[in-house]
Design a protein around this ligand. Sequence first.
Ligand code: SAM
Length: 282
Amino acid sequence: MTGTLVLVATPIGNLGDLSPRAVEELSGAALICCEDTRRTGKLLVHAGIKGVRMKRLDDHTERAGTAVVLDLLGAGQRVVLVSDAGTPAISDPGERLVAAVVEAGHTVTAVPGPAAVIAALVASGLATSRFVYEGFIARKGGERAIALARIAQENATSVMYESPNRLAATLRDLAGACGGDRRAVVARELTKLHEEFVRGTLDELAAWADDEVKGEIVIVIAGATPALEADDDAVLAALRMALNTGVSRRDAIAKVASDLGLRRGRVYDLALTIPGGVTPPS
Ligand code: SAM
């Protein structure tokens, strides 16, 4: 038999963000896998959900928990995975469980909802068309140096999580790697009473963070050098390449605009010069 694993996003601070569909899935699950049964238990009480079995599934118990989940799915059941807050498998347990469930041929679906990375990015005021999620970068050593260099060179917006007590040091390191005048945003306590967005250069933010900063933190960093706009010939070449893959005109325009970080209207105008007619962008 085939079962279904449902990844359910839960609030990152504001309980009002628990969606009706999340409540429906949590209520009807054969088992809720969670990082902390007490914490998830409180969420269930808030949602008025009673009598659903919970099982701890964190980094240490993921392997054993996977076997239990696969057994239930094999019996055709529906299992829900939540994390303490936000979207499971985003800097939280779940990635390996999902891979194992997919491998075993069961259905996996998601109830989307809060994720600090997305809330911080969309409200940052920085470019959203392309972004790279860095999670928590390494605290020291070569891995940290590599992550900093990667962010420094990245043209897309980078988003990372950091603990408040390492914030100042990380902002200083980012300023060292990217240059102190790179724009960035610190998003703090998203969806909570003391939500705050501090916008500035990395130097300004590092100086601000020298005074104690508390709460949960996301750092959003502008991409390296405002991307040089591709010239018309480069856009036309990219359009022809996309069209050669057999996609529709509309999809080719959308892809080239996204890949090159261009306005769709400009790509559309250039596409008109390629014989064959073009569907207007939506
Ligand atoms: N899975 C979660 C998600 O979807 O965002 C992330 C879990 S990760 C273990 C926890 C980190 O996410 C925190 O240390 C912080 O960097 C970020 N975070 C979570 N909630 C936040 C909030 N309300 N405001 C700002 N950052 C938050």
